[in-house]
Write a protein that binds this ligand. Structure first.
Ligand code: DC
Length: 210
């Protein structure tokens, strides 16, 4: 069984949904690195300060076993999911000192093995020696549609065209940044989930993990 699994891909491809399920079935720890960039963005937004190394010096980001995210000891699980924080996360992710800090934390979290970690640069930068690398994608229309349905099911107001615009912008920014851009590692396996169910993607990853 592969001990370290890296899952990368663009926004809304279903990385966290399928990674969480795979982790539960394998008895592995799931690590959501996007949540860590989101926590940094929230810290910047709430502090009213400029993002610099000082602001990150004693930042404390913790992911618990139940998927909760803590920033400096406070539960921010819900707060980090707003569109403002999504944009902010993509913005802070451009800075080398932010990536360096979070990459160190992420490598440390993966140290004991039996992890499935998702993000944008896990297979290329964070865990280049991962036992299995997946690049999970889907068409932008399908990714926007899924996000739209998810918001609707939670009774949130949602505009499909607006969601599509935001996803496209974030993909562009994440793929075009200079440091550790969103990219498929040469040894990653591509899964296009446009016409697949969640269960089909999960089963494919579990098959590859064997
Ligand atoms: O996976 P997500 O949508 O929660 O990620 C939010 C943002 O964080 C994403 O737009 C880019 C950034 N990110 C990154 O640069 N590297 C990662 N490993 C994970 C996320």
């Amino acid at each position: 069984m592969k001990k370290i699994i890296a899952v990368d891909g663009p926004a809304g491809a279903g990385k966290s949904t399928v990674s969480k399920i795979c982790a539960a079935r394998l008895g592995y720890t799931y690590i959501d690195t996007g949540a860590m960039y989101r926590a940094v963005a929230l810290k910047v937004l709430q502090s009213g300060k400029n993002l610099d190394e000082n602001l990150l010096k004693d930042i404390e980001i913790r992911l618990d076993a139940f998927g909760k995210v803590f920033l400096d000891g406070r539960d921010v699980t819900k707060e980090i999911r707003t569109p403002e924080v999504s944009r902010g996360a993509s913005d802070v992710a451009k800075f080398g000192f932010v990536r360096k800090k979070l990459t160190e934390l992420q490598r440390d979290m993966a140290k004991s093995g039996k992890v499935i970690m998702d993000g944008r640069d896990i297979g290329t930068q964070v865990l280049p020696n991962a036992d299995l690398k997946i690049f999970l994608t889907a068409s932008v229309d399908e990714r926007a549609r899924r996000r739209f349905e998810e918001l609707k099911s939670k009774n949130f107001a949602a505009d499909l065209e607006q969601i599509k615009k935001e996803i496209t912008l974030r993909d562009k920014q994440d793929s075009e940044r200079e440091i550790a851009p969103l990219a498929q590692a040469p040894d990653a396996i591509l899964i296009d989930s446009t016409n697949m169910t969640i269960e089909e993607v999960v089963l494919e990853i579990l098959r590859l993990a064997k």
